[in-house]
Design a protein around this ligand. Sequence first.
Ligand code: SF4
Ligand code: SF4
Length: 488
Amino acid sequence: MDWIEKIPGIAMPLEGAVLLSFFTAAFLTSMFEKEERPAYLLLLFGFTLSLPFLLPFFAGFSYPQWISLTLVCIPILCLLVLFFPFRGRIDYSMQNPADRFDERDTMFSRRTLVPGSKLFNEYYARRPGNKPLDNKFRKLPGLLKAGTKYYDPIIFAAANSIFDRVIQELHPRVEGEVASPDSSGGTASEHSDILLKMAVDWGAHSAGIAELQDYHVYSHGGRGSRYGQEIKVDHKYALALTVEMDYDMMRAAPAAPTVLESANQYLQSGMIGVQLAEFIRSLGYPARAHIDGDYHVICSLVARDAGLGEIGRMGLLMTPRLGPRCRIAVVTTDLPLVASPPRPQATTIDFCRRCEKCALVCPSQSIQFGPEQGSEAPIQTDIPHQTDILHKTNTLHETEALPGSGVIIGGNEKIKRWKIDDAGCFAYWCLAGTDCGRCMIVCPYAHPDNWFHRFIRFGIRNNAIFRRLAIPMDDLFYGRKPKQRDFR
Ligand code: SF4
Ligand code: SF4
């Protein structure tokens, strides 16, 4: 039939042009990201894949008919296989801790205990299993201290000034006087819309609302004057917001720029949180901001329940557009609000089950390999240190905290989750002098939030075959163990 013979003459140059344009655009995007290796690989892919389609057009010859028709069909088949909506069967449901977590068990609290003091003795009498773990970090120079591996007097001073001075100035404002009752009215839906919009206008990358649950709130305070005090769950709603960590600064992880960027974004998220809390109080409703150094809630769990992401292998919130490359603040309030729809990210969990890149690069071997604990399958790990700690002490469920990220799901062995050796992680911080962040930046979800990576993330969410291919492709393009970069 005549029309069949005409198809290759039209479709082949068209498909070749689309392929070349896509890969050229991806090449330029990667160059803009200063990712030379993926950029050149994308260019190579673009030329190699489009060549068979464009060559006859430019060289003025024709393939035999069957070759032409096969070539025309290949891209269409690939599109169907990789982009047809097919998430695959994923065995996953959101896991909620049954018990409240004690802030005194976080590394941030434990690091403040002075050996020999009453609080020190009281804590380790209750948690003797944590003492040998904590003794390790006590022998090291410490976070943001001279003598550490990545000590940089200027950058450490800048980070310290933000943590110790500027953020401290925000603490008196996390709570405050409530103005006279709201006279302006407004429905829960209107309040929610305006608060979420303001959060984004004031610099948040994403924001969502959850109904406050018991397991969001620490059972006891672990820092400053609230140490040991019971914490009440006294608000009905929680607004969680994320801010983006700078990609270039984080690529230097675990070197000094990473800790400065942490300070920057704790400050940024803290300022937005405090501003929102002040705004709500001005409407006549109580509100409390939960910001760096002054949390009553576990931010990552609130953010997950507010529809902002999922808790991944490294124990951090994995957002759809930035992965773990963000910081979180929360505002709790009694202002009537509408909870955002929960968005369980089963595909993220499925990806994490196969990826394990963070576990592989972690310098302290603190991230678990294999399936979530609590599942039927045995834990697989190549890391003697990790298994040793998990099996010997069996206490990490009480102490899950990644400093800088808030606390990970804690306190209930019946739930399925990946466990982090928080003491091992923190000991590395005290050796490095920074809050490391290596797991955060190597994560395939942490690439910049541009059209190219959104396209990849869409494929990961949408199609199980794409998801499985994305892991080896990320290894090929960015390395199984991506290199640390200098920040300039
Ligand atoms: S690096 Fe891989 S395994 Fe780790 S959190 Fe990211 S996607 Fe999950
Ligand atoms: S912050 Fe560093 S030491 Fe801690 S878990 Fe991540 S990679 Fe490991």
